[in-house]
Design a protein around this ligand. Structure first.
Ligand SMILES: Nc1ncnc2c1ncn2[C@@H]1O[C@H](COP(=O)(O)OP(=O)(O)O)[C@@H](O)[C@H]1O
Ligand SMILES: [Mg+2]
Length: 245
């Protein structure tokens, strides 16, 4: 199985809220997408994390905007006056990540209430599992769209791949939940542990890792992602907020 591949036909505008300067583009399928560039600060590994984490969360029933691969010809941005954006487009020629654009969505800030204990517990459990440090109050990376909560921006998760620290170290790496947007609501994280741990099978992990294009991987990386995530799943008592039951 692979993600669909489209081609960017028009650069619409930069999204300046994010640190990685993603942009809005139109695709040759007439869709509108947020494009996340392989030439941005963290490089293609951020896009690898977006795919593995986003597609895992989606398969576990969370809402994640559809992901596609997108071919970029930097010439589509030639009328963009900003030098920084021109540079980013040129560095990002070729394959990038397209995230379905949710028009009229707004950033979650808690003002319209929370999504319920079960949903908050599952999101916190999963963010701890993939070591996602980007879900704080300052920057929730949650969008509200048609009254539902959508999860975006998983590029900072799986950060072990920047150094490939030993898998045993990542397996037991604690997660600082105090900064997480839902920690203050103290959802029952141990209460969702059995369900989520059972659902994350080696087959499911292999499937989502298999969606990453070869262009962004070194030899052996797929096996490494599987090993690291499997090891962490086995050592839940070390990192689970609230402890495993
Ligand atoms: N699919 C989307 N639909 C609508 N807005 C989006 C979408 N993805 C991102 N955004 C907006 O763009 C901002 C930056 O995107 P994000 O993926 O968080 O990038 P960064 O890695 O730079 O933080 C988000 O905070 C949000 O406001
Ligand atoms: Mg962000």
């Amino acid at each position: 199985m692979t993600l669909p591949t489209i081609t960017a036909t028009r650069y619409v505008l930069p999204l300046r809220e994010g640190g990685s300067l993603p942009g809005v583009v139109e695709g040759n399928d007439l869709g509108t997408y947020v494009i996340k560039f392989h030439g941005a600060g963290q490089g293609p590994k951020a896009l690898v994390a977006e795919i593995i984490v986003g597609e895992l969360f989606r398969r576990l029933g969370l809402r994640v905007p559809e992901l596609k691969l997108i071919q970029l010809d930097p010439a589509i941005g030639k009328s963009e006056p900003d030098f920084e954006i021109q540079e980013l487009l040129i560095r990002s020629a070729g394959l990038n990540l397209a995230v379905d654009f949710l028009p009229g969505s707004f950033g979650y800030d808690g003002s319209a209430g929370n999504p319920g204990d079960q949903a908050m517990a599952r999101i916190l459990w999963l963010d701890a599992f993939v070591a996602n440090v980007d879900r704080s109050w300052r920057n929730t990376n949650l969008l509200v769209w048609h009254k539902n909560l959508w999860l975006i921006d998983h590029g900072a998760a799986l950060y072990f791949h920047h150094s490939w620290m030993p898998a045993e170290k990542f397996a037991t790496l604690p997660y600082d939940a105090s900064d997480h947007v839902f920690s203050i609501a103290t959802p029952d994280v141990p209460g969702v542990d059995a369900e989520l741990a059972a659902a994350i099978t080696p087959e499911l992990l292999t499937e989502v890792i298999g969606l990453v294009p070869n262009e962004w991987l070194e030899d052996g990386d797929r096996e490494r992602y599987l090993d690291y995530l499997t090891a962490r799943l086995d050592k839940r008592s070390a990192w689970l907020p609230g402890g495993a039951r």
